[in-house]
Design a protein. Structure first.
Length: 502
């Protein structure tokens, strides 16, 4: 249950509680009237029974009110409602409110939505609503760029399907599994919903000819920009090309890069574009601390940063697998309880590590952006950006892994002088940056990067600086002094302009 749902739940309970107190007071009056002021009533019923009867009545009214809230909110198939209620849904998130009606209406969609907004259920709910559980054909295909994300989507879908009165065949296809067994099973029966990684789906559709996608009605491409970054868009293209032209295509992405536009134009028919704003950074209890490297190697600064914190669980983000490997080895040498996860690890090992992280077997996790998108890990108290992500939007996704469920979160980022423009972009997105430095194993306030002192020159100093930097030829020609003065004046103007002097 997300923070907003909990707040809504508390608010509703509070309002109902107030109403019950108010009605309860009137109920006591009613008891008094029914019993008479002397404790008797015309029917001979003892006052205590009248009182408890009134309380039971109000309890029933309360239960009826809560059931009505759920019924009014979710008008789906009964098994979907039952699943959502068990999952703790109190109300739909913004992306769900925007997306579900469009999918139900059969529209193609491009949805720009951040991690943690509830986008997975925004397409799963209408998919199950439209699914024909009695039909043995493949009706829905969902592509996800990583095994972890595909598994998580599959698990979410399974939670809903398990409530269905009719069995729903959902299968997960990712790398590192027994292909011959999968192909044999597909030969016996086709699933109704498939979740898989692009390469695996391409193999089953185009190479093995085992997965029959001709009857697929809905194709979901989740985390499309990451699919592009990982080099899987061609695989998705090949799978999409094998499906019916009447296909409903739904594309979900944190960003919409230019390189993905040809795919969108090729497969989406007059799509609706929904931009669900990035998570409201101000609403999360996150502090954003930035530490300047001052040309000091990052691998030397990182242990100093970690020595200043005692995290419940800390994610350390690197931009490349090689960088992550290097950081992981250095932290192992420091005897820290650390795990490593990135796309270069074999599937079984990644599954084991993710399971260990969720069981809190580790205090530190070194990762690439594979973890910041879609994989749900609770209890993250600190994020450390060993390297700032290339896209400021990815900084938002990384930060969104902490500060949840009314808990504080801290994001510590190492930056260089060249990152000024990047930091400006972050601040325009609502990031309130605090600049820190480390002294005596503690974070202390540092001078804001905009407070750099500018060097100024006293009158006459500029010309001296210029003269020292202008070469005088060994042999002078006519007009030399005039040209020298012109060069000096020109150089002085350049220096004054750089220093902001007039």
């Amino acid at each position: 249950m997300d923070d907003h749902s909990q707040k809504m739940d508390r608010t509703r309970d509070g309002h109902i509680g107030e109403a019950l107190v108010h009605r309860g007071n009137r109920g006591n009056d009613a008891v008094a009237v029914a019993a008479g002021r002397d404790g008797q009533n015309s029917h001979g019923i003892p006052p205590v029974f009248v009182y408890f009867g009134t309380v039971l009545l109000y309890n029933k009214l309360y239960e009826f009110h809560m059931e009505s809230l759920v019924q009014d909110m979710f008008t789906y198939k009964p098994f979907i409602n039952a699943a959502l209620e068990e999952l703790g849904f109190k109300e739909l998130t913004q992306v769900q409110k925007d997306v579900i009606p469009k999918i139900t209406a059969g529209r193609d969609l491009v949805v720009k939505s951040a991690t943690g907004t509830g986008k997975t259920h925004s397409y799963l709910i209408p998919i199950f609503q439209a699914l024909n559980a009695a039909s043995p054909t493949l009706q829905v295909l969902i592509s996800a760029p990583t095994r972890e994300l595909a598994r998580q989507i599959h698990d979410f879908a399974r939670q809903i399907a398990d409530k269905s009165p009719l069995p729903i065949d959902i299968r997960l296809y990712t790398g590192g599994t027994d292909r011959s067994e999968e192909v044999a099973r597909l030969g016996r029966a086709q699933p109704q919903i498939v979740v898989g990684t692009p390469g695996k789906l391409r193999d089953l559709v185009k190479k093995e000819l085992a997965l029959d996608v001709h009857h697929v009605r809905t194709f979901v491409v989740d985390e499309a920009d990451m699919t592009l970054d990982e080099g899987f868009l061609e695989d998705v293209d090949m799978v999409a090309g094998a499906m019916s032209p009447n296909l409903q295509t739904l594309v979900f992405s944190a960003t919409i890069p230019e390189k993905i536009q040809p795919f969108l134009r090729k497969y989406l028919k007059n799509p609706d574009f929904i931009d669900v704003k990035s998570m409201d950074i101000d609403s999360l209890d996150i502090k954003h601390w930035f530490i300047k490297t001052r040309e000091k190697p990052r691998q030397e600064i990182l242990p100093e940063v970690l020595a200043c914190i005692n995290p419940f669980l800390c994610l350390i983000f690197c931009n490349t697998k090689e960088s992550a490997d290097e950081v992981y080895q250095r932290l192992l040498e420091k005897k820290l309880n650390v795990a490593l996860i990135h796309g270069g690890l074999e599937a079984r090992k990644r599954r084991t590590i993710v399971a260990g992280i969720r069981k809190l077997d580790y205090q530190y996790v070194v990762a690439t952006d594979i973890v910041s998108r879609g994989i749900d890990i609770a209890g993250i108290s600190h994020i450390v950006n060993y390297e700032l992500p290339s896209d400021p939007e990815f900084y938002i996704h990384r930060s969104g892994r902490t500060g949840r469920m009314n808990k504080d979160g801290i994001v510590v980022s190492l930056y260089e002088f060249a990152d000024d423009a990047y930091l400006n972009k972050l601040e325009t997105k609502g990031i309130v940056a605090e600049y820190k430095e480390i002294k005596d194993r503690q974070f202390v306030d540092a001078k804001n990067r905009r407070e750099r002192t500018q060097r100024s020159y006293k009158p006459g100093q500029v010309e001296g600086v210029v003269r020292r930097n202008i070469l005088v030829p060994a042999k002078v020609k006519p007009g030399y002094k005039r040209r020298l003065r012109e060069d000096i004046e020109l150089a002085k103007k350049v220096i004054r302009k750089k220093r902001g002097q007039r």
